[in-house]
Design a binder for this molecule. Structure first.
Ligand code: HEC
Ligand code: HEC
Length: 557
């Protein structure tokens, strides 16, 4: 079949038949968001939804795009780390690599990348491919290609976390070094063209083919280090990578541009943000922290952007997407169906101050819900007196704005300004064909607040380490904080302020530098979200008591 015929067939079969008889979804600008959100976006019956969601989660964990630009030769990478012998030059390289990074094993590399281990046994949230616990951490993928197994990274490297022992897909990975991993990878590749690679590693024909493929793609990848740990530079990676391609409908890969990249403002200006949580998508109709992605399936769009950041040929990608639309839809359905973890899975419901939460609800409805939506609690329903405390805490209905809105509340502007570098994506053929449209915004979406307790640190740029900080005038907020892994819910989490525990000046000096975040610089300002919200003409309308009550309420969402 020729390419256009193949595309036509792929296109039709998906839209007419769909794998589960998927209902078509309104991805257009201004699509209606109903009360309760779009939890079951394809209107599947219960069994199909469960099966499709499971598959979708597997795609989130195991990157499915076998035509991806970066596919590391599996056997060689594994052999590189796990063997002690090898050619003298290989030993030399390994020694150099070690002294740079201190990596002893492949697992240490993954730890450095910030990847979380899989749970010991399969859970509903984290399914195991073919029933076996993967050898690697969540986010790393061993993919079958026509040149044999390859290694690549998946959505889960940025969109999964370990929350006090529970693995959660769709929660931000607060520790990812995804961008830096690419930076190291690109540097390592610069040490070895394919000939040298073959000589050093003695790789098989297939592994050499994979290396050549990745080596070539890497020329079209532009990278940037995040301004702080926990933030991500995917936006910059997309625009810097586009600057290395021709400006045409398929952003064709031409070595001229790879060697003479166009000037790009995100090379020097930050537009970093944290990876988003997935369980808010069902309550929105526009995407990204600034709401600039106004139409098109956001998951489809993510594949496209991820692949631009991996230097992939876009015609090849378009063909892959067309015949794998079921993969895209399974992942889309799974992302929309993602549920937030409940506070009470981790903290005692008995000790929880329910009366304070109820008073917090009143403050919230007065001060916050006009932007963040309404959350109907079981405790306010008729018949509540018959419920046990655990059930009283539940949210029975979320009523989001039927149209997601963007507000300028004075938080750091760099991220929304940086979108000017990505408007060019509208010109790509794939964007046009699938209705993907970006419109520059001033401000950010007021995100739905379900599961907000688990989403610290707050704001698009992680500039408020706790909910206390969110609800304090910005001059009183923390100016620095220490990123802690969520291992122990008592020592790694401040349940009163809800977020990272503060650190005394004495202890601060002893902590490792790599997880310290200093606020205030370009892209890291911690201003905003105060005046016009809970500060009027410089006067703070919240006091310690009302702030305490609001936080109790937020913890139940
Ligand atoms: C390198 C890290 C990284 C990887 C890998 C990644 N994302 Fe993201 N993702 C982000 C960041 C950062 C944002 C937020 C960008 C912003 O500020 O708008 C985001 C935002 C999103 C959003 C928008 C959420 C919203 O509320 O509008 C979706 C959906 C999403 N990602 C899905 C995916 C999918 C699906 C994949 C895999 C195909 C993926 N991401 C891979 C970092 C990543
Ligand atoms: C005028 C609209 C508006 C009002 C009113 C408002 N917010 Fe917000 N809120 C926003 C916007 C916009 C953001 C995103 C800012 C950013 O990320 O830079 C935000 C972010 C937040 C966040 C952080 C979300 C995250 O995922 O990091 C929390 C928590 C929050 N608001 C709580 C509240 C509470 C509680 C109130 C009431 C006291 C309130 N907001 C009132 C617009 C509003």
């Amino acid at each position: 079949m020729n390419r256009s015929l193949l595309r036509a067939v792929g296109f039709l079969s998906v839209f007419v038949f769909g794998q589960y008889g998927y209902a078509s979804v309104d991805w257009s600008e201004g699509a209606f968001v109903p009360p309760g959100g779009r939890t079951n976006i394809y209107n599947l019956n219960e069994d199909d939804l469960a099966e499709s969601t499971r598959k979708g989660r597997l795609h989130a964990l195991h990157y499915p795009v076998e035509v991806s630009g970066i596919l590391l030769p599996f056997h060689t990478v594994e052999g590189f780390f796990d063997s002690n012998g090898g050619a003298p030059f290989k030993r030399f390289l390994k020694a150099v690599f070690k002294s740079w990074q201190g990596y002893e094993s492949f697992d240490e590399v993954q730890e450095w990348m910030g990847l979380n281990s899989y749970p010991e046994v399969e859970t509903g949230d984290v399914p195991f491919l073919n029933g076996h616990r993967p050898q690697y951490r969540m986010g790393l993928t061993k993919l079958q290609t026509h040149h044999g197994p390859a290694l690549t990274v998946s959505c889960a490297q940025c969109h999964s976390a370990n929350l006090f022992g529970k693995r959660v897909i769709g929660l931000t990975n607060r520790f990812t070094r995804a961008n830096e991993f690419f930076i190291k990878g690109k540097r390592a590749m610069a040490l070895g063209d394919p000939d040298r690679f073959a000589w050093i590693t003695g790789a098989s024909e297939d592994d050499l083919a994979l290396y050549k493929h990745s080596y070539h793609s890497m020329k079209f990848v532009g990278l940037k280090k995040p301004i702080a740990r926990g933030l991500d530079t995917s936006l910059a990676q997309v625009s810097l990578s586009l600057a290395r391609r021709t400006k045409d409908a398929y952003a064709s890969r031409d070595l001229y541009w790879a060697e003479n990249p166009r000037h790009e403002r995100l090379a020097t200006e930050p537009a970093d943000s944290k990876p988003a949580t997935w369980w808010t998508l069902k309550y929105k109709n526009r995407w990204l922290s600034d709401g600039s992605l106004v139409s098109g399936n956001p998951i489809f769009t993510n594949f496209l952007w991820n692949e631009i950041g991996r230097g992939t040929d876009l015609e090849t990608l378009e063909d892959w997407l067309e015949v794998n639309m079921d993969v895209v839809e399974e992942l889309t359905g799974a992302v929309f169906a993602t549920k937030a973890p409940s506070y009470f899975e981790f903290f005692s419901v008995e000790d929880f101050d329910l009366d304070a939460a109820k008073r917090g609800e009143a403050h919230f409805n007065k001060t916050c819900s006009r932007c963040h939506g309404k959350y109907v609690k079981a405790w306010s329903q008729t018949g509540a007196e018959d419920l046990i405390k655990q059930d009283l805490m539940k949210t029975v209905l979320v009523i989001p704005a039927s149209q997601t809105r963007v507000y300028n509340v004075g938080t750091d502007p760099k991220r929304h300004e940086g979108m000017s570098s990505l408007i060019q994506l509208n010109d790509l053929e794939i964007s046009k064909k699938y209705g993907i449209k970006i419109k520059q915004q001033v401000g950010y979406v007021a995100p739905p607040l379900n599961g907000i307790w688990a989403r610290w640190p707050y704001f698009h740029n992680n500039s408020a380490p706790t909910l206390c900080d969110v609800l304090l005038p910005s001059n009183l907020r923390a100016k620095r904080y220490y990123l802690r892994a969520s291992v122990d819910k008592n020592s790694d989490f401040d349940s009163t302020c809800n977020g990272y525990p503060s650190v005394s000046r004495r202890n601060w000096r002893r902590l490792p530098h790599e997880n310290k975040v200093y606020l205030g610089g370009l892209g890291l300002s911690n201003t905003g979200h105060d005046e016009g919200i809970f500060v009027k003409d410089g006067q703070n309308l919240l006091n310690d008591q009302t702030r305490y009550e609001l936080i109790r309420y937020l913890q139940t969402l």
